[in-house]
Design a binder for this molecule. Sequence first.
Ligand code: SF4
Length: 672
Amino acid sequence: RTGCAASRNVRTIAMLTAAVAFAWTGPAPLRVSTRRHRPAVMDDGLVADVVEDGPPAPLEVIQDMSTDIGQKFGPTAPAHPWAKPWTNLYEQEAVQLVKARSQLLKQPLKDDMANDEIFVSKDSIHILKHHGSYMQQDRSLKGKDKAQSYQFMLRLKVPCGEIPGPLYAELDDISNKWGHGDLRATTRQAFQLHGVLKSNLKDVIQAIANIGSNTYGGCGDISRNVMTPPVHFPNNKAYVYCQQYSRAMADLFKPMTDAFVELWLDGEKAHSVEYWQRDIGEFDLDKVRSHDNGNGIITGHPVEPLYGLTYLPKKFKIAFTVPGDNGVDLYINDIGCVVIMEPDGETLKGFNLVVGGGMGRTHKKEATFARAADHLGFVKKADFFEAMKAILAVQRDHGNREVRASARLKYLVHTLGIDSFRTLVEDYHGKAIEPWAPLPPWKYLDWMGWHEQGDGKLMLGINVVSGRISDTAEVRLKTCLRVLVDRYDLDMILTASQSLVLRNIAPADRMTVESTLKEHGIKMIDEVDAITRKSIACPAFPLCGLAMTEAERVQPDINAKLNAVLRKLGMANDDFVTRTTGCPNGCARPYMAEIAFVGSGPNAYQLWLGGSPDQAGRTGQPTSLFKMKYDDLEDTVEPIFTMWKTQRLTADEALGDFCHRVSIPAVEKYME
Ligand code: SF4
């Protein structure tokens, strides 16, 4: 392949071949109001479009609405057709129609918020996610009490995990006044707040907006919080570009609907520029967003030029990093971007891109799987935004909207293969993607402890167990952070491992900051055991509706059990990345861990082994232990650790690398 034209020819032949299995029947009829279309397999194996009289099918409603508002390209009319096992032409799953009918993410949520119920309707739950909120119930309650326990989780959009001191102070107040009195640092570098009642939701969102932040894009079928390493190195250009372009992408892919302003802010924008948008003005992103390269990236929708009427098939995650620093878990993202500098170390050359990572799966449904992203290639700085728009447009037009469990970009990349996916991106982009720039090995860097920022100030990384910012009898973390923010005017950055980094600490304040932390029971990182430091867990019970068992609340106990077994085996100096989730949805990225416990039933976990210690491009593998009883955890891991200790090639061969090398069946045989 020598370029786009050649690749298109190759692709055309591939399409014709594939057509025997699932024929492309041409662009969807865009305006059909009284007829139903259905696919029919003909004698020759091709699929025909049969038109019958009858009321409009739900999909035709989407098609009609797209046409009415002038949308030219989208999932029923891709600018560049590509044969695949789904078409999105004859049926789409229900959430797509909910989005299409929502009047750009407003209804029926707007009506539901105006009524006196303590909950919102099923359709509103889907729309509410795009505003950064999930409706939850307390699953520890029963009957009437449970029925009265409707509450809302709010997740902020904080690109790069940046939390200015004043925003933390506001969240601290909000959580005390309207929430459960605690905050939770998520695995995507955001804060979420639990326990907000419907009647208070508007006040809380207004308060967050008034301090220069927001919640839209925290959840939903749009681009989520954009991640970066949690550091502040103002004189290190690679990290500076990493964060600047992360903020730019957060802005470029934000939804353009005024739904957020209309529903929560009474039509008045709280701020024209939010704090994280401060250094991206030079990019003129409104112009970049609507720029039409003529290759079908721009939908034609008058409000949402990139997303169109039905937004993306499902959530969409982006992370940035610099070569060598993989604290963000780059390979779990829909798109991962690696800053590539010119040899002078000062000039940005472009970005390496990975595509198609994702964690979510369903137990015993082999069609769903965790996947580490593939290397797409390199794009020059000047082409970067258009290339990112092209990838988004490919997922928008070709992602699976028929089966929600198969809607993430990872399934499209897996189905097409990375080479065909790259060709499709190039068709939208109008340019070739260049070969991947060589990179040094990845390292898992969590940025805990003291670090010089390079501008005369200091950073201090603090471990937060499972991300819970709360006060207990022994550890008063929430109170302490408020004291530090108020007294020293500090800002913070949330990490991808649910911990946080305090930044802009004057060297003269180092001792008093440290003593303040110790007074409140907070350990310095050298007092935290390595297993705890490398562990993360999802919230799970009692509020997550999908949880099958505990995660966050048992993680400290799991860490204690793992440490006890290591000590028993004389392996106290060994450690590994361990993660726990309450279900296979994988919010705490368990499938990248060296050893993971994935909830599979009450007090039961599926055991996963073999992820990379640096999360460097592969997932772990499931063992046949599908329902490991929680009480059996020590007995289960002891033979695994024994085998690792006695059969590792070198003293520093990591647990995940060892299990990956010898294979899971070999580990299981040893366990027998
Ligand atoms: S992994 Fe499952 S149980 Fe945990 S927070 Fe996510 S959806 Fe809930």
